[in-house]
Design a protein around this ligand. Structure first.
Ligand code: FBP
Ligand code: MN
Length: 672
């Protein structure tokens, strides 16, 4: 051992002694080094990026099942020579929706023998796909992903080389036995989900799971069970986190948005929030009010339930909006440092003339009926409104399902992430006009860039889990609402949220929300490089990935900006925004050969997907090709493994030099 090695080993003796408990001798330590080296030389796993899901469960789960087209690409790669497009499509549909496709197949095939043939052919095809998608992983990782019921059989099938005639006979017998024991359906279903899982190594959700669409709760159910996930919270998610933490402004906003889109069921059925107090109050208070401005958006005339409840929903929508403006005023006054007094509008209204004066300009109100507003004290909640707020508050903080979903948000997320050379965040890093990082004052201290995002992340945690002292906790709870709609919020970064204006003023100019400098300046490569440096993201292939702002493809906007350094992948799942974007949006796939941007057209329905094999029509654009196939050693995981290898090498030195004594490896048992 040379001087240097000896010194390093000596310095690390405490750690190496601990490590020797897991690898007690030269044989076990060197076997581990060999295993880790082997992993480093596997191709990098595929990453899948989605953003702005906005409660669109069906479109989300389709994109998840088809891995943004990755499964179709694999099927084509494997069967291009042997299967026509129709058969490839059939196989893809089976992989995406195994239960539904099996039902459909069985309805179409009545003869038992024919069905058995179908099973035989398709199980063999699935085995081929599975072999392909599992080839990027170690046997041990694949083993851990296997469904317990079929673990042994799948291992046998995956690792037998079917080009050997003896082995093919063995595989055939295994498959025939699965069919004859009537396990084919279960086996196929298990294989299809395994393929889905192995196709994507890690899923990144760049924010805004919640609001507008009908079923964010179902999306969260899937995400919470996903095998490898991170979430970068969007402003809508933060709004829900604030609501779950008991911030009443957030609660009012969450309910207002649900009513705006006619989605009371996500609150009532999804999270068990009791809306009855609000409903009875609204029916009574706005009995004679048509609430025209508050009729839910995009009412589906084919949905009689929604049509029937739209009048009640409009009343609840108006009631909660007024409550929201009053509650927000209290926060704005309590926290002058938020600089949001321009959002105090109820005191700018002439309640007799139905006119509002903003910045010296008068506007006629589209709705002048404010039965709960006292012109002398416009922000005071009536006793009934207060009661409604208390009841809604209790419902939100007590919802078990909401707690479960929020815990999952916290467990898997933060406001930003750095993964494999990419910086991920939903919206913005506040900038000054000259492109420098903007100082944002929080509790008297300036924060910018990386420090700002870290501070904001910890404030959200404080609001939910409690801070060290009461004052900090109350501040954090208010700040979460600020993050939803405040002008210096990295999750929002627009000069205002023009909610009041959109409901009560016809002049569209007042609805305009001006975006922060970030959204203009991010087109420049040098700005993106500066931000990446700020977050210590290094390497030749580094990028920023954003969501939040829909890409207006229809107007020729590109999702790739700053000479390829930044990509905006607002998934555009939100139906309400599809006319604006002209497409359903973008998702991103990052595999061992580079980045692939996937542009989707609107998803129609699961029924069409299964019965007609209709996939989302997607186009692919290879954004960046790396000049060599990326391996695990080129990733963050690779760096981690390489440092483990270095430690193990030091352990070998310690064994060989006698600094640590080798022990025989014995399995740990309770017996002495
Ligand atoms: O179109 P809607 O649903 O009324 O929402 C409009 C509001 O949503 C926002 O765009 C925020 O939501 P996003 O984060 O999805 O952009 C606000 O800036 C705007 O006031
Ligand atoms: Mn957003």
């Amino acid at each position: 051992m040379n001087e240097m090695d000896y010194k390093q080993v000596n310095d690390d003796m405490r750690y190496l002694t601990l490590l020797s408990r897991s690898f007690p001798n030269i044989a076990t330590a060197s076997t581990e080094i060999i295993n880790l080296e082997a992993i480093l030389n596997l191709p990098k796993g595929t990453e899948h990026f989605l953003a702005d899901l906005h409660g669109e469960y069906q479109a989300f789960q389709h994109v998840l099942r088809n891995a943004s087209g990755t499964i179709k690409r694999k099927v084509k790669e494997i069967f291009n020579e042997t299967l026509g497009t129709k058969e490839q499509k059939e196989l893809c549909t089976l992989i995406y929706y195994p239960e539904l496709k099996l039902e459909l197949v069985k309805r179409g095939i009545t003869d038992a023998g024919d069905l058995n043939d179908w099973y035989f052919i398709n199980i063999n095809r699935l085995v081929k796909v599975c072999r392909n998608v599992s080839s990027k992983y170690t046997r041990s990782k694949v083993h851990k992903a296997l469904p317990p019921d079929f673990s042994y059989i799948i291992q046998e099938l995956l690792h037998e080389n079917s080009s050997d005639p003896n082995k093919q006979a063995y595989v055939d017998v295994v498959v025939r036995t699965i069919i004859s024991t009537q396990r084919a359906d279960d086996f196929i279903i298990a294989m299809c989900y395994l393929i889905q899982q192995l196709t994507i190594d890690v899923l990144h959700i760049l924010g805004d799971v919640y609001d507008r669409g009908p079923s964010p709760d179902k999306i969260m159910d899937i995400l919470c069970d996903y095998h490898n996930l991170d979430i970068q919270w969007g402003n809508h998610d933060i709004l829900w986190m604030g609501a779950a933490a008991g911030n009443d402004c957030c609660i009012a906003n969450v309910i207002r948005i649900a009513m705006r889109y006619g989605n009371q069921s996500v609150l009532e059925d999804g999270y068990g929030i009791n809306l009855l107090p609000l409903a009875t109050f609204a029916m009574e208070t706005y009995k004679k009010d048509p609430c025209t401005q508050f009729i839910p958006k995009d009412l589906d005339e084919k949905d009689p339930e929604k049509m029937k409840s739209s009048r009640l929903m409009a009343q609840m929508h108006k009631a909660i909006s007024i409550i929201q403006f009053k509650l927000e005023a209290a926060t704005i006054k309590r926290r002058p440092e938020f600089e949001m007094s321009d959002r105090l509008l109820l005191d700018k209204i002439d309640y007799k003339k139905h006119i509002i004066t903003i910045d010296g300009k008068q506007y006629e109100l589209t709705d002048g009926n404010f039965p709960t507003v006292d012109p002398q004290d416009p922000y005071k909640l009536t006793a009934e409104e207060e009661m409604v707020v208390t009841k809604l508050h209790n419902s939100f903080v007590q919802s078990d399902k909401l707690k479960r979903h929020m815990n999952c948000m916290f467990r898997n997320g933060c406001i930003f992430a750095v993964v494999n050379g990419n910086l991920l965040y939903h919206a913005s890093i506040p900038l000054n006009e000259d492109g420098s990082l903007k100082d944002v004052i929080i509790q008297g201290y300036p924060y910018h860039g990386h420090a700002l995002l870290k501070k904001v992340g910890s404030l959200i945690r404080d609001a939910y889990f409690g801070a060290e002292n009461q004052e900090d906790y109350l501040f954090a709870k208010d700040y979460v609402w600020y993050l939803w709609c405040g002008k210096n919020s990295p999750a929002f970064d627009k000069d205002k949220m023009a909610t009041f204006e959109r409901y009560f003023i016809a002049d569209k100019a007042t609805h305009k929300e001006t975006k922060g400098w970030y959204y203009k300046l991010r087109d420049q490569e040098k700005i993106c490089d500066m931000i990446l440096d700020e977050f210590h993201v290094q390497g030749q292939y580094r990028h920023i990935i954003n969501g939040h702002v829909p890409v207006k493809t229809i107007k020729g906007e590109s999702p790739v900006k700053a000479n390829g350094k930044l990509m905006v992948i607002d998934g555009g799942f939100s139906k309400a925004y599809q006319p604006e974007t002209g497409i359903a949006g973008y998702t991103l796939v990052y595999h061992s050969r580079g980045f692939q941007l996937v542009q989707h057209e609107p998803f129609t329905s699961i029924q069409k997907a299964v019965e007609e094999g209709q996939d989302i029509k997607s186009t692919y654009e290879m954004v960046e090709l790396t000049n060599h196939r990326m391996m695990v050693k080129d990733t963050d995981k690779g760096n981690e493994l390489s440092s483990q290898i270095r430690d193990l090498q030091k352990l070998l030195v310690a064994y060989r030099s006698g600094l640590i004594k080798e022990r025989a490896w014995r399995p740990i048992t309770n017996k002495r």
